[in-house]
Design a protein around this ligand. Sequence first.
Ligand SMILES: Cc1cc2nc3c(=O)[nH]c(=O)nc-3n(C[C@H](O)[C@H](O)[C@H](O)COP(=O)(O)OP(=O)(O)OC[C@H]3O[C@@H](n4cnc5c(N)ncnc54)[C@H](O)[C@@H]3O)c2cc1C
Ligand SMILES: NC(=O)c1ccc[n+]([C@@H]2O[C@H](COP(=O)([O-])OP(=O)(O)OC[C@H]3O[C@@H](n4cnc5c(N)ncnc54)[C@H](O)[C@@H]3O)[C@@H](O)[C@H]2O)c1
Length: 435
Amino acid sequence: MVDTEYDAIVIGGGSAGLSFARHAADLGAKVALIERAELGGTCVNRGCVPKKMLWTMADALHRSAGLTRAGLLGPVPQVDLARFCAARGDKLESIRQSYRDKLREAGVTLIEDTAELTAPGEVTISGQRLHAPRVVLATGGRPVKPDMQGAELACDSDAVLNWTALPRDMAIIGGGYIGCEMAAIHAALGVRVTLVTDTDRVLTEFSEPAAKVGQANMVAQGIRIITGCTPEAVRKGEDGLELVLDAETTLKVEKVVAATGRAPNLEALGDLKERVALTDKGVVKVDESFETSLPGLHAVGDCADRLPLTPVASSDGETLARQLFGAHRPPVELRHVATTAFILPPVAEVGQPAKEAIFEGNALAPLSAALRADAPQDYYGLGGSEQAVTSVSLVAEGAHEAIAWAAQMLLHRPDRDSMRRALGVHPSTSEEAMG
Ligand SMILES: Cc1cc2nc3c(=O)[nH]c(=O)nc-3n(C[C@H](O)[C@H](O)[C@H](O)COP(=O)(O)OP(=O)(O)OC[C@H]3O[C@@H](n4cnc5c(N)ncnc54)[C@H](O)[C@@H]3O)c2cc1C
Ligand SMILES: NC(=O)c1ccc[n+]([C@@H]2O[C@H](COP(=O)([O-])OP(=O)(O)OC[C@H]3O[C@@H](n4cnc5c(N)ncnc54)[C@H](O)[C@@H]3O)[C@@H](O)[C@H]2O)c1
């Protein structure tokens, strides 16, 4: 039997809910966190962490495989995916356990159940009613399949990250973060990959020049990319699946993967859903205090109208806890959020790049590439004006590490002249990017 009265109840134990619960409890609030599945949510169990571990394998293989021309010889390492999954599983379990420990240390009541909002300030679990003046929706999201005949035959990213054996070939629908990351990773692991997307280029969330270099690198890696195409159906073939692109073109592959977007989990709103305003993207509308249109109900993380990235979910969870139980602080501005698509090499960006960069370079033969067979390109771009640089775009090995420092730099709105008073490392891409 758990207590029924709290200062705050948070539904969802992913990046946003965990951060809110721990910070609110640290500020003295009595908090219950309700999670229906694994602690850690998408990021730890079906997203960033398992993906990044797989990317690490792919990156190692990719970097070494192209170097035969330069004399790196010997047998090509083989991937034992089952063994990798076991090692990764141990790491994920240790992260879940560390969250469990941190919640206990902070004094948060963890309830492992499915929650439903049954009245303002009232949450029901297995027939028991809990009350709090503040309820926080941190229920995240899930993959959605396209509205297409045979869509159920396609895997989603949850399934792909649980594969214990690699297919010989795969077709991916969707050229966003997930589609491109899955494509680059699996191509490096030796799978023949075709990516089909309905837009005219991949990674439309990124500036055009950076995304185009990323796309060229994917093609150089051996990935076939078909743009401007909405597949019509998936069906069973003689030896695997068939992805029907149009009346003339069908791809025969072992696996089809749908990476066509995600939708928020809103079942927890029950009958109160009608009273909670959504945006036209279907996520929950929030104000500067993360409050929804239902007074006392807040929303953070992927279910809310922010950016579906882990650092945003964690930061917003903490900000909300401070707003409710400590000193007020505004939410992080989304233009200061650095982001990376983990392809090979990564595409990383911060700020709001305009169509035209004020300074850019496209190193067709960075030193690392000069030795490689597939000749990937680097790219660096600065946006804004000579007086105030407001965006940085990078495509390079290590871009995902460098971009956070670029985000810090942009907080101070540097002008181009003052940027030249600090020097980068030679030889490196960030040195070139500083202009
Ligand atoms: C394949 C993939 C790769 C990604 N890679 C990156 C990356 O590299 N970098 C990055 O920044 N972001 C990445 N993301 C995005 C990132 O994972 C999400 O932005 C982040 O996990 C969102 O956290 P959240 O707390 O809002 O939601 P979630 O982590 O989804 O947590 C929500 C939790 O709520 C629970 N829940 C839902 N309904 C109920 C209910 N009624 N009762 C009880 N519990 C409930 C769910 O079980 C879940 O555990 C990736 C996402 C995917 C899918
Ligand atoms: N590295 C990271 O930080 C990272 C990694 C993965 C996911 N994420 C987050 O998760 C969110 C969701 O990612 P996502 O890739 O699933 O979604 P997305 O919305 O970013 O991309 C979906 C893509 O599929 C295309 N598409 C949709 N329906 C289609 C159809 N029927 N046929 C062909 N193409 C179709 C869309 O045009 C789009 O390019 C991202 O916005 C991102 O914030 C982040």
